[in-house]
Every structure is written in C-alpha cells, then in structure tokens.
Write a protein that binds this ligand. Sequence first.
Ligand SMILES: CC1=C(CCC(=O)O)c2cc3nc(cc4[nH]c(cc5[nH]c(cc1n2)c(C)c5CCC(=O)O)c(CCC(=O)O)c4C)C(CCC(=O)O)=C3C
Ligand SMILES: [Fe+2]
Length: 361
Amino acid sequence: MSPAPHPIGTAPYDAVLLLSFGGPEKPEDVLPFLQNVTRGRGIPDERLKEVGEHYYSFGGKSPINDQNRALLGALRASFDEIGLDLPIYWGNRNWAPYLTDTMREMAADGVRRAVVIVTSAYPSYSGCRQYRENLEDAAREVPDAPRIDKLRHYANHPGFVGSFVESTAAALSKLPAGSAIAYVTHSIPTAMNATSGPDGNGYLDWHLDVAAEITAELERRTGQARRTDLVYCSRSGPPQVPWLEPDVNDHLEALAAEGVPGVAVVPIGFVSDHMEVIYDLDTEAAKTAEKLGLPMARAATPGTDEKFVTMLRDLVVERAAAERGEQPARPCAGKLGPAWDDCRHDCCPPLRRPTPAKETA
Ligand SMILES: CC1=C(CCC(=O)O)c2cc3nc(cc4[nH]c(cc5[nH]c(cc1n2)c(C)c5CCC(=O)O)c(CCC(=O)O)c4C)C(CCC(=O)O)=C3C
Ligand SMILES: [Fe+2]
C-alpha cells in the first residue's frame, strides 16, 4: 500500500487570490481604463493624453492581463507539483476581471478564508494600502465575502532578489566591462514615500535594501565593484508636486557624461514587463541611451520565473502556518528583515488631496 500523499498545510485557507492592477485589452478600453485609474486622483489631462498614447502605440493593449494569466498558469502548475489543491482566483483594481466580481464568485463557491498575492512588492499607498482598500470596498459590496489576508511584502525575499540577480547578470553579460547598474522603480510623490511603511520612508528604504542585496551578490560572484544607482520612471501628477527623482532618462545623460561604458537597467520595482517597462524603459529610455551612444541592456522582470513562482507558493504555505499559530521560517535577504504579516492601521496613509475650500486643522 502506498502512503497517502503528504498533505501540505494550507489550512485555514480555502483559496488564493491574485490581485493586480488590470489594463486595457483593446483601443476602446484605453480611456475608460484611464478614468478608472485616475478617478479623484488629480492627474492633469495632459498627462492622461500622453499615457493614452503609450497604450495606443502598443495597439491599445496592455501586456499586464496576459502576464497575469501566465502567472496564474505557472502558480497552478507549481501548486499541483506538491499536491497543493487550493483554487486560485484573479481580480483587478482597474479592469476586468474586477475584484468585486471575483469576490462575488469566491463567495458563491463557498470560500470563507483566502490569502491574497498582490502584484506589487513594496510598501506604499499605491502598492499596498490602496489594494487593501480595494479589498475592503469589495467586501462591503459582496454578501458573505471571504476574509482575506495579504501576504507580507516580498521584495526582499530570496526568491524575488534571486530572480533579479540572475536577470541582472544576464544583462551585464551583454555589456562592456565596467558597465553601471541603474535600478529603476515607479516614481511616487515624495510625500507618499514619506508615509510609506509603518515608520515612513518604507518605499525608498526597501528599494535601497533590495538593490544593495543584488549588487552585493553580483560583486561576490565577479569580484568587481561597479557604479549603481536607484532611479525612477513613470512620474505623473501635477508638475508642482514633488515626486522621487532622478528620472531614468536624466540619469542616463549623467552616466554618458561621466563616460560610463554601458548600463544595465534593472526594473526592481516591477514584477512583470507591463506598460511602464515596455514603454518607459524599452521604448523611451532605450531611445535616450541610443541618442547618447550609451550601450544599455534591460534586465528581465520576474514574470513567471521559477524562483519567483516558487517564492509565492512558499509564502502562501508560510502564511497558512502562521495563521495556525505555528512559527514558520521566514526567508529574507537584506538588512530590513522579513515584513510584517498584517499592516498596522496607520501604515501607508492616503495622501491628502488639495481641497477647493478652506479648512481648519
Ligand atoms: C508605485 C506604483 C506602481 C508599482 C507597483 C505595482 O506594480 O502595482 C504602479 C504600477 C502600475 N501603474 C500602472 C498604470 C498607471 N499608473 C498611473 C498612475 C500612478 N501610479 C502610481 C504608482 C504606482 N503605479 C501613482 C502614485 C500614480 C498617480 C496616480 C495615483 O496617485 O494613483 C496611471 C495614470 C496615468 C499616469 O499618471 O501615469 C496609470 C495608467 C500599471 C498598469 C500598467 C499596464 O497597463 O501595463 C501598473 C502595474
Ligand atoms: Fe502606476
């Protein structure tokens, strides 16, 4: 008689939810998508027109939904490999499948408790709390909505860092010796960074820690130190509001002026090659680099890389153990230590928007 398969502990969960940003699938979707994203967020019309053009130049279709479908497939295969039979659902903030519809489906299927994987790795209002608000809003609309726990931030997990170590090494191998590394992430308002994470400045601190880990591992491998910086793409908002700088294009100019022989552009802020990556980096920054005669290679994002997918699976198993009151190992690279499971109530507060009327303190 063969032994029963070893049951992987995923109690108390009966499902996993993949929660993402969403993107347009065809040209007619672009405007309604942008309206969903920017509703009440004070983005100037000029910027919206410009971003609309980015989408139209790629046929009105964002790659993000197909990337999430691929990730769902990879997660399913990875779960099946170890006999983990939790169903995996998918919902988005800004486009179909909308989170509220997915939550309705989960409730109808009898899901009582689920764990959510968000496609955003770092603490900030946009990348964390706004998703938690989306979950809360959806739960208010759906009778018998499941209780949903969010995985700890995974940017400093060895699976995420390790995936970027490999892709950065691959990018550097296409460049002249002595090339620099430019780590890139989505710019956010400096005020949003100031309040990100439980103690503030979490967005920046986490990125710097992840970048330092990747750099240190590559240095261990090659014995070579090189110039590294953290720079930004996709600045939005009104011009008078300060966002994190420098912009990647300005940084490339500075590197070229210094005579750096080449640059690996490493998008540590992104989990897949969505519009910010294929437009802001592969189109715009690549054009800047070409104009400057600066050799540039862009490192791959995790996407469906095995290290990344296995990490997500491990984090689901880890969180389930923690919810059962066990003390699971919490793998972590970097100096900041593993992130908290549940965010504190005052973590990453929303930015105050300018109000048209006078107020008192
Ligand atoms: C930190 C961060 C991430 C990284 C974490 C994560 O990955 O989630 C991220 C991801 C994404 N952002 C995306 C798209 C957009 N973001 C916008 C606007 C904004 N993003 C912000 C921040 C972030 N955004 C902020 C502070 C704004 C200003 C408005 C506001 O305060 O909310 C706008 C409006 C137009 C514009 O102003 O650019 C669009 C269209 C897509 C989809 C891409 C695709 O379609 O492939 C993805 C994955
Ligand atoms: Fe964004």
